[in-house]
Ligand binder design. Structure first.
Ligand code: NAD
Ligand code: MG
Length: 383
């Protein structure tokens, strides 16, 4: 039986690579629905190529051109914020690939879990914001959440077949685009410079998050929820080569690592095919051509966002939701040339100092907290 996919964020970096895996494995997968933000041309091409039933475009101004482009095909076209949650519930869907960016990913994940769908999760913000609620719901409904984020996929691969307790998770970090820029120069960094990631080609938001290390902080929170490991037992190591994708240490001192050339097709295919592996024409890693793998402590003074994320994780409740909401506004402002690079972390600190804290949030509390933190960041940045 083929697995029937709903791919949210199909026109983005992860979405496009997910469709590569589908195209390589036509006997294993078919695509029921696709959703995107505003790139209606690519969405239309994908919809025709993969012969999907339904597409959703978030940007309402792109609904009409998309509808016209698909007029001669039997493809349903929707827009509007509830459409994502609706398509993932369809009885024609087995697996939801959540490759949306930002807070927008939370509600569709919750809807998909409630409908009993297996989740292949790239949208880390789902767990950063609502990890507590999402993991409880997934356990209740016995829905597997398979990580696509490369570090979490690495940890998940290291845990395959293990039944013993974890002593420590070691999340590796490339250091981002600005790892060689001194702290004093961060104020003058342009968006173009901060978008030049040394190892990975990704969407703009996560590339900036990688440069501030907000992304690594988020990944620590993501690992906490996915693997049930406390903050004190998750460490971050700078590993500029991005070959070791993360590690797990066990109580007997053994450390397992997952290695490979940086390529998101690998973790995406693992999430989709687990417990099997894909057969891919990928590059074979050459140890002799890369004889040196190095590791270093992150510079917590240069990158305050890492400790802020640890703090949010320890506080629980809506703290990480506030970090996420304010970060989204600040990253968009930085990319639009409306604030400096260092204002991103400053906006997060401001929002966290002012926002209402809810210890045991419901979905509605997360919604309110997201709105409030976005408004606080906008206030701080005078947007
Ligand atoms: P991206 O910006 O390239 O793509 C995002 C996709 O979501 C696009 O298709 C966009 O149109 C769509 N989208 C955005 N808002 C939407 C909305 N409101 N409704 C419908 N569609 C919407 O981002 P990306 O780099 O592919 O990242 C996606 C997620 O995966 C992020 O959470 C990111 O942190 C995570 N991730 C990405 C990578 C990577 O290599 N790109 C690696 C690990 C984790
Ligand atoms: Mg990652």
């Amino acid at each position: 039986m083929k697995q029937r996919l709903s791919i949210l964020g199909s026109t983005g970096s992860i979405g496009v690579q997910t469709l590569d895996i589908v195209a390589e494995n036509p006997d294993k997968f078919e695509v029921t629905s696709l959703a995107a933000g505003s790139n209606w041309e690519l969405l239309a091409r994908q919809a025709i190529r993969f012969d999907v039933d339904t597409v959703v475009i978030a940007d309402t101004t792109k609904y009409e051109p998309l509808r016209q482009a698909l007029a001669s095909h039997p493809i349903k076209v929707f827009t509007g914020s509830d459409s994502l949650s609706q398509i993932v519930r369809s009885s024609e869907v087995d697996v939801v690939v959540n490759a949306l960016v930002g807070y927008a990913g939370l509600h569709p994940t919750v809807a998909a879990i409630k409908a009993g769908k297996k989740i292949a999760l790239a949208n880390k913000e789902t767990l950063v914001v609502g990890g507590d609620l999402v993991m409880r719901l997934a356990a209740e409904r016995r829905v597997p959440i398979l990580p696509i984020d490369s570090e979490h996929s690495a940890i998940f691969q290291c845990l395959a077949g293990e039944h013993s307790p974890i002593r420590r998770l070691i999340v590796t970090c490339s250091g981002g685009a600005l790892r060689d820029v001194p702290k004093e120069q961060l104020a003058d960094v342009t968006p173009e410079r901060a978008l030049q990631h040394p190892q990975w080609s990704m969407g703009a938001k996560i590339t900036i998050d990688s440069a501030t290390l907000v992304n690594k902080g988020f990944e620590v929170i993501e690992a906490h929820w996915l693997f049930g490991v406390d903050a004190d037992r998750i460490s971050v190591l700078i590993h500029p080569q991005s070959i070791v994708h993360s590690m797990v240490e066990f109580e007997d001192g053994a450390i397992k690592a997952q290695l490979g050339t940086p390529d998101m097709h690998m973790p995406i295919s693992y999430a989709l095919m687990f417990p099997q592996r894909a057969s891919r024409p990928s590059e074979q890693f050459d140890f002799l051509a890369n004889p040196t793998l190095t590791f270093a402590e992150p510079d917590r003074d240069k990158y305050p966002a890492l400790d802020i994320a640890y703090d949010c994780m320890r506080r629980g409740g809506t703290a990480a939701c506030v970090m996420n909401g304010s970060n989204e506004v600040a990253v968009a402002a930085f990319l639009a040339g409306k604030c400096r690079f260092i204002d991103i972390t400053a906006s997060i600190e401001y929002a966290l100092s002012k926002a209402t804290f809810v210890a045991q949030p419901t979905l509605a509390d997360y919604e309110a907290s997201n709105e409030e933190s976005r408004a606080l960041a906008a206030e701080y940045l005078k947007l």
